[in-house]
Write a protein that binds this ligand. Sequence first.
Ligand code: N01
Length: 547
Amino acid sequence: MALDSNSADLTNASLGSSFTDVDVVVVGAGFAGMYMLHRLRSLGYTAQVFESGTGVGGTWYWNRYPGARCDVESLEYSYSFDEKLEQEWEWTERYSGQPEILAYANHVADRFELHKDIQFETRVEAAKFDEEEKLWRITTSDERVTTCRFFVMATGCLSSAAMPEIEGIASFNGSLIHTGRWPKEGVDLKGKRVAIIGTGSSGVQAIPVIAKECEQLTVFQRTPQYTIPARNEPLTPERQSDVKSRYRNFREANFSMPQALGSETPKFNDSVYDVSDEERSARFEEAWNRGGTLFMASFNDVLVDETANTYAQDFVRAKISEIVEDPEVAQLLTPEHIIGCKRLVIDTDYFETFNRSNVDLVDVSSDPIVRINETGLATKSSQYDFDVLIFATGFDAMTGSILKVDISGRDGLRIQDKWAAGPRTYLGLTIPGFPNMFTISGPGSPSVLTNMIISIEQHVEWISDCIVSLDDRGAETIEAQVEAENSWVDHVNSKADRTLFPSCNSWYLGANVPGKTRVFMPLLGFPGYVRRCEQVVENDYEGFVIK
Ligand code: N01
């Protein structure tokens, strides 16, 4: 363990390990990388963070598209590890917008002086484990190699933008932008003809805001979306000070929830079949009026029983036909799949936007896009011309950013080969064959099915405690065992298989990326997961080999 950044040699020597530049290299300066750095430094370790962007914030640094907003409430979507930080930061809305969350990330970086150990505009290209020296060599885009004892991928779950391969993409003469790589300087859409491909969370958030700004908006939709009103509103000073007066209890209550959020939102433990038709509709109506993703918690079987799910589907479908004035447009906007198996979206005026005279909807499932050309794009039947083309086409989720780095572990095992048939981890934290390497919110962890910041904190604390434990016992390496990985993968799958989650083409399954193996990647249930991580430690790092 290092005492300060100048004592790495003393540190490494005193531990009996080889000399390394730093104790830990962390990839990414989003909320995961920032807290990992802070926590390691407070424990006396040296760490170097590499970040490809010019600033901190990760997802909230890159996703600057109009309307970008969190779907977890602000008082919950914030770090819980520091009481003073929790008290001093003032949120202004029920759900924070991207600028406010990015300002919060910058505030945290300034407050804990994180910048000095983050090298920006630097991409990690390769990481190689040296078995003899028991260290990792990290190669970065500035052609430098940094050695470290531990290597942490804090690259985020939704950070590798997915661009569909459409013929002629390079020939477009206008501006072409992905929502997940929105230019820092902004994009002036005033008076422009804008097209947007994709109606997932990003598209649903961007469409109403862009429609108000541009001259004409054409939405190219492949799959209609279930979306619930967010009911975003200013956060009252009373609500904020109430939560702050009992923040610890508020957090604890959220930690015990399946998604690590929403302890104060009404939830119900009865089935759709236990109530009358009137009660059922009233329950859904209340959830619709309250807003937010916990619409799915209106009954205990909406996400596990296909027939129960149809009641929720029908409710939202009826809302769409009430809101959208043109019946043909309403029909096109009406989803048919299981509600919730693709991530449920929350919106502000999404369906209402299709009543505007400057918004057109094109169904590309019946009339597919065939090519992009100089002036716009051609579907099988028509040509559409525009000035700006926005891709709201999502991400190569959970594995994309990990697989972009050429990582090789013991015996030269490459992560790309290890995961050729889909990602496999132990606890979503570690991978057999890759000693002393950790993933924060990796595949097989609750991550995207929870309040991400809280999941991140739990991972960071587990990883740093693990490093301390290794040093306390004078060990050099920790590596997950294949048997532990196998049973963990089975556990993740069996949890998902008890629900309707695997039943449609979602990014949870990798189904949005052509050629990606279909594996349900996140684990359901935060509290059970935390207990399991604690048990692993109590059982002296069960499932790991420590040397
Ligand atoms: O991406 P998505 P996203 N031609 O993959 C369509 C988080 N997030 O960026 O469904 C035509 O959900 C695709 O169509 P289909 C959140 O976890 C959170 O919107 O594959 N269309 C789909 O409509 C979210 O779930 C927040 O048929 C094509 C869309 O593009 C996750 O990020 C905000 C196409 C992609 O939807 C990802 O959301 C934003 C093609 N070739 C994001 N390829 C909040 O906190 C893809 N599509 C609220």
